[in-house]
Design a protein around this ligand. Structure first.
Ligand SMILES: Nc1nc2c(ncn2[C@@H]2O[C@H](COP(=O)(O)OP(=O)(O)OP(=O)(O)O)[C@@H](O)[C@H]2O)c(=O)[nH]1
Ligand SMILES: [Mg+2]
Length: 301
């Protein structure tokens, strides 16, 4: 990473590392009512479509002539989504669990399976997203907090022998002071890292630090995907404006970024089923059944 990027990432209050403040850690013994797509199927069609493909709720607001194609490249069938979901259901032979944490690469576990990581500004919703993805495994404890800078380490979660999800500390406000030293070696040396998910807060749009993170992914040559979080928090008009701004950045300034941003609400479950399917696909655990879907998805293989 260049010195300038390093400096920008570290523009944060240099607070000494505190013992982690007590947080809300109650495990969800009961899965959320919408944790499974099977439950969502009982909803009215329009609501279901909004949960499955959140962009469908916005497309009617798009001006004529604005292409929607890049918002719907990855458009799997319901059958694919259901098959992907099965990977997120724990069983005695397919355990989904927290594995370990690391602050340095020599502490990182050697797990011989594809890995995806979640990065983004502090408080953008990384841990909440992982918790929503794991909502069918309610005993997995993923800590979230209203206080920025909560996640201090790289936290590894294994999904059986299929793949690993990594929750990362956030950058920016109250980032751990060793953020760059922790994250950069991980991103550059982790051989089994197949995709980086870069989270951007949909309620505020792309911020300067998000652009820095995108530049870093470009500089490191990482294949990465933008996930737009907290889409439940703002009006559809504001969200669409933020999305179009993001789309322009992706088109004009990136090469390694997948053209389609994934929209999610971890509280309302929008986009969670689609993201599970995408993760299953990029880790090679799901071969999409429909050719229409593959035409978009091949671009990420
Ligand atoms: N309304 C809404 N709030 C959300 C959503 N996702 C996360 N939040 C809230 O945002 C806050 C931060 O969430 P976290 O998941 O802890 O964020 P993080 O990116 O892991 O933060 P750090 O670990 O500090 O870097 C919490 O108060 C969450 O409840 C969402 O989709 N919608
Ligand atoms: Mg966190």
């Amino acid at each position: 990473m260049t010195a300038a990027l390093r400096k920008t990432f570290c523009l944060t209050r240099r607070v000494p590392l505190q013992p982690q403040a007590p947080s809300w850690t109650a495990s969800w013994r009961c899965a959320h009512a919408l944790a499974s797509v099977q439950k969502a199927l009982r909803l009215p069609e329009k609501k279901l479509q909004g949960l499955l493909f959140p962009f469908s709720e916005l497309e009617g607001h798009l001006a004529r002539g604005v292409s929607q194609a890049n918002f719907q490249l990855f458009h799997p069938s319901l059958e694919d989504i259901a098959r992907a979901e099965a990977l997120f259901v724990p069983s005695p032979k397919h355990k989904i669990d927290y594995y370990s944490s690391a602050v340095r690469m020599d502490h990182a576990p050697s797990i011989n399976q594809p890995e995806v990581c979640f990065m983004g500004r502090s408080n953008v919703g990384k841990s909440s997203l992982i918790r929503a993805l794991f909502s069918l495994a309610p005993d997995v404890e993923v800590r979230v907090s209203k206080t920025p800078g909560h996640t201090k380490k790289l936290n590894f979660f294994t999904v059986g022998k299929a793949f690993t999800l990594v929750d990362m500390p956030g950058y920016g406000h109250k980032a751990p002071k060793d953020f760059v030293d922790m994250v950069e070696p991980y991103l550059t040396t982790r051989a089994n890292l197949v995709r980086t998910f870069l989270l951007v807060d949909g309620s505020v749009g792309v911020q300067k630090l998000d652009r820095v993170a995108m530049e870093m992914c470009e500089e490191l040559g990482l294949p990465y995907v933008i996930v737009v979080t907290k889409i439940d928090k703002r009006s559809q008009g504001t969200l669409l404006a933020n999305l179009l701004q993001l789309q322009e950045v992706i088109q004009k300034h990136t090469e390694g970024c997948y053209p389609q941003p994934f929209l999610v609400s971890s509280t309302q479950f929008h986009g969670i089923y689609l993201l599970r399917c995408f993760i299953a696909h990029v880790t090679g655990k799901l071969h999409l059944a429909t050719s229409a879907t593959q035409s978009g998805a091949e671009r990420v293989s």
